[in-house]
Design a protein around this ligand. Sequence first.
Ligand SMILES: [Mg+2]
Length: 282
Amino acid sequence: MTAATHIRSLPPAPPPPYLEVVDHRARAADQPAILLAALARVHHAGPGAVAVFDLDSTLLDNRPRQARILRAYGRAAGLAELEHAGPEHVDGWDLGRALRAAGLGEAETRIHAGPFRQFWRERFFTSRYCRHDVPVPGAPEFVRAVLGAGVRVAYVTGRPGVMRPGTLQVLGRHGFPLPDGASVTLLMKPGAALADEAWKRLARELVEARGTPVLVLDNEPAHVNAYARAWPGALAIHLDTDHSGRPVEVDPAIPSVADLRLPQAVLRGLTSAAEDARAGAP
Ligand SMILES: [Mg+2]
């Protein structure tokens, strides 16, 4: 049986309720079943179905961008300790913790936390720096597999519109399907003043205008919960990477995955099916 046939044979129902409420809720052993259920869902979807993907910490890992900003701050502030700052020193959104992890002592961290926050804010939400993002493992292949099932893809991100050039560049460089004015679209926050929650609410309306949401992935507990409540017919999946630190638990029925790597056998099957389709094989 080919991987594509196997995926089509899976029921369209979501996996069973996911009850573990802990800091990291994704369990590696569950990931293949969760991602296969997602692919089954899009394979079973009717015409006009839409799959929604958040970008930061869902499809893209922005720790290399954060590390670049740390190194640039080190040069600007004359802090040699930050010269070798890398993605491994960044954990979530605690900038003080990143300064300490990269080598600053407690006293220096206290002195530099405020100026570094300002320096970071001026650079983090820019095209110039977001070009350094890398994919969450498996993300380009997973999005291509979803698009290959025949549904539309909507990237819905809290990034402001000014980051569009850098965002397109990084998506293209890493093999994500690019917006084409038809089956793939990129919805960005129209203005920095719009709060993230208000933007995601507006974005849900924009997605609904394009079709029926059947699959949605987001790392922010508040966002994935809101999607699941607004779209009970869609399969919502939480990316257990990092989040803004707000005290919100992911709803118990929403499954979590650590990344988007599919089992090798499935990937091989999808690749050969795509090659057959390109070659016009029956
Ligand atoms: Mg995100």
